[in-house]
Design a protein around this ligand. Structure first.
Ligand code: BES
Ligand code: MN
Ligand code: ZN
Length: 505
């Protein structure tokens, strides 16, 4: 699907050939009275004046073969206050109204939209038209081929538009891999997907197998992988957009391609959804795809420890003690708390890059789903500025997170009589104890952990991956590129943080 951004008047839009048109109509347009005589404005004003469409973001009025209008199907879509969130909701509703018609070409007339509303249009059109086909024998690809976003002044929103399109590409790569079933998305398949990304400009990829990982001494990661016939992969991606001397951001993504729980076997209902347990890894791949497209001036390393978590005669057993890459020993009390075991070795590995920040992304705990549901990712961080930057990025990208605590008292339950720590800390605050476990492996590095267990996929009839938190990560990295640039000029007194703090509500 191709997106293009154009400066078009409503006259021009009316005479542009396309299968369908979404005419976005903010409340403010009701009052505006410039003398315009184009057929779209005349129709929309009339419909509003006659009360044929109610106020409120998402209200729609479909029309067919309007006189003087080339696109055969037109939907008037109210966008309320015109905010990014309202536009996203409105475009989703407009796309639903067009669904039966299966348009191949679409114009979204978003006359006065600013950058964030334009980004909303791109995200919502992509979301509504996405289809998963890979393992369907009769799967039809998405019908929508070309989307034109028409605004008054394209130049003013060009960079927001380009960021949104690259983000959509990243989101869709993440969705594709997360949606693939476990037998079509093994650690080796993920490594191949990463290698394909490695062909893009400024991107390199290296893949380690079981022998290399054993030689490094990643005993915790190896312990999880040892119950599976599928060989583990440790994927290292590098995006270099700045000089080598610039410290990289390291992203770490949990890549459990199927989580049975291991010997601490999970119950059968909904176990299929544990194919999504590589959502963190998928989001790292998607973020690198977006980086390759946007080419920001910073360096990023991606680390993906990937394996299956299976029960087997050789599988790790509750009570087994393993030695992590850091040298710390771990008593594996519950083999279903496997994500932290593969992540801890990757976090230790991250230190060798002398990173400016480490961010891990993981479908880590059911407890985080209970705490925050499917709305916000759980954010844990040992650095307030890093936490604020990630929260701001999530807010700006409509991929929000919520900060969670890291008080040391939460680590009490991780004590073990037989190792330096256990891998579980009891049921209370399970998302926090998991984060406290990870924190033992980051030393004093600036570090954040995103628990995406609630947001990486949807269950029920809408079952499928969301591609989150690719939008948050892409926004954060672009913001970070700005900070890298200002760090590089130490002579100037440091400017006050540019990002506007968005209040959480
Ligand atoms: N992948 C799961 C977390 C998960 C569960 C995500 C349900 C989304 C929905 C993780 O590996 C896991 O099993 N965690 C355990 C930890 C527990 C044993 C301390 C959990 O959350 O139950
Ligand atoms: Mn598990
Ligand atoms: Zn898991």
């Amino acid at each position: 699907m191709d997106f293009e951004l154009k400066s078009l008047t409503l006259h021009q839009t009316a005479s542009t050939v396309a299968d369908a048109l979404l005419l976005l109509w903010p409340d403010a347009a009701d009052q505006a009275r410039p003398a315009v005589d184009d057929p779209l404005t005349v129709w929309a004003r009339g419909a509003v004046a006659d009360g044929d469409i109610e106020a409120g973001a998402g209200q729609c009025l479909p029309a067919h073969r309007l006189p003087g209008v080339k696109p055969r199907r037109v939907v008037l879509v109210r966008t309320g206050d015109g905010s990014a969130a309202a536009v996203r909701k409105a475009v989703a509703a407009g796309m639903a109204a067009l669904k039966a018609g299966q348009p191949r070409t679409l114009i979204v007339q978003a006359a006065a939209a600013g950058g964030s509303a334009v980004a909303s249009v791109v995200q919502a059109v992509a979301e509504a038209s996405y289809v998963y086909t890979t393992t369907k024998s009769q799967g039809k690809p998405r019908s929508l081929r070309k989307v034109t976003v028409a605004v008054q002044e394209a130049g003013a929103v060009r960079s927001a538009f380009e960021q949104a399109v690259a983000t959509v590409h990243g989101v869709e790569l993440a969705k594709e891999w997360a949606n693939r079933p476990g037998n079509h998305a093994t650690p080796s398949h993920l490594a191949d997907a990463a290698r394909a990304l490695g062909k893009r400009p400024h991107l390199t990829v290296e893949v380690l197998g079981p022998k290399e990982v054993a030689k490094l001494g990643m005993g915790a990661f190896l312990a999880v992988a040892q119950g599976s016939e599928e060989p583990l992969r440790f994927i290292v991606l590098k995006y270099q957009g700045a000089p080598k001397s610039v410290a990289p951001v390291v992203l770490v993504g949990k890549g459990i391609t199927f989580d049975t729980g291991g010997v601490s076997l999970k119950p059968a209902p909904e176990m299929d959804e544990m194919k999504f347990d590589m959502g963190g890894a998928a989001s790292v791949l998607g973020t690198f795809a977006a980086l390759a497209e946007l080419q920001p001036a910073l360096n990023v390393v991606g680390l993906i420890p990937s394996c299956e978590n299976m029960p087997d005669g050789r599988a790790v057993k509750p009570g087994d003690v393993v030695t992590s890459l850091s040298g710390q020993t771990i008593e594996i009390l519950n083999t279903d708390a496997e994500g932290r075991l593969i992540l801890c070795d990757a976090l230790t590995y991250a230190e060798r890059f002398k990173p400016r920040a480490i961010i891990d992304v993981a479908t880590l705990t059911g407890a985080c789903v209970i705490a925050l549901g499917g709305v916000r990712s759980g954010l844990f961080a040992n650095d307030d500025a890093l936490a604020a930057a990630l929260l701001d990025a999530g807010q700006a990208a409509q991929d929000p997170a919520w900060r969670m605590p890291l008080d040391d008292e939460y680590a009490e339950g991780l004590k073990s009589n037989f190792a330096d720590m256990g891998n579980v800390g009891g049921r209370p605050a399970g998302a926090v104890t998991a984060a406290k476990f990870l924190q033992k492996f980051v030393g004093t590095h600036r570090w954040a952990h995103l628990d995406i267990a609630g947001v990486a996929w949807k269950g029920g009839t809408a079952k499928g991956a969301t591609g989150r938190p690719v939008p948050l990560l892409v926004q954060f990295l672009l913001d970070e590129a700005t900070r890298v640039r200002s760090d590089a000029k130490p002579t100037k007194p440091s400017a006050p943080a540019k990002a506007t703090r968005v209040k959480q509500n």
